[in-house]
Design a protein around this ligand. Structure first.
Ligand code: APR
Length: 179
């Protein structure tokens, strides 16, 4: 069970993830790492699409639930960790485990690269259709469990796009902390 000290290292924010000055922002990518719409498109535009695409091409794609790293190029963030969330079907096709794995693997990649501050978007909750509250619960729990084990990650920010998602996420955070 994560302690209060762990929850103090987790923050929920409303805003645009591309603007955050953290060691790494996480991208909700596709398995070809080819760029796309949503947060992926915003990150590619803000980082510099040509350079980031060239870096992504060298990675040879990414499995669902896995994560890979590139430089952040023009972003304030020094790195981008690309992870591929599951497409939501009915929750009975391994989606919860794969979504949790996105958060865990992204944080593992951060540890491997000696990064201390990481910001996540709400992976899979846009085009990939994951129900928002369920996804946010999984995200917060996965991060808290990880931080409990790895002291080197100092701060994890969850960035929500728009007030509605932000308010919903703060409620999920309260519920998860109280579990
Ligand atoms: N900052 C933070 N969050 C954002 C931003 C932004 N600039 N832009 C969008 N979002 C939010 C959306 O509101 C949504 O809650 O990111 C969340 C994830 O939505 P998507 O970007 O659609 O990601 P996902 O559901 O994981 O689908 C991935 O979308 O375009 C593609 O290439 C991507 O194929 C992949 C798929």
């Amino acid at each position: 069970m994560p302690t209060l000290r762990v929850w103090a290292r987790i923050e929920v924010l409303e805003g645009d993830i591309t603007r955050l000055p953290v060691d790494a922002i996480v991208n909700a990518a596709n398995s070809r790492l080819a760029g796309g719409g949503g947060v992926d498109g915003a990150i590619h535009r803000a980082a510099g699409a040509a350079e980031l695409q060239a870096a992504c091409r060298k990675l040879g794609g990414c499995d669902t639930g896995d994560a890979k790293i590139t430089p952040g190029f023009n972003l304030h963030a020094r790195h981008i960790i690309h992870t591929v969330g599951p497409v939501y079907r009915d929750g009975q096709h391994g989606e919860p485990e794969l979504l949790a794995s996105c958060y865990r693997r992204s944080l593992e990649v951060a540890v491997e690269n000696r990064l201390k501050t990481v910001a996540f978007p709400a992976i899979s909750t846009g085009v990939y259709g994951y129900p928002f509250e369920q996804a946010t619960k999984i995200a917060l729990r996965a991060a808290a469990d990880f931080l409990d084990q790895y002291e080197t990650i100092e701060h994890v920010t969850f960035v929500f796009f728009g007030e509605q998602d932000y308010v919903a996420a703060t409620k999920v955070l309260e519920a998860v902390r109280g579990d």
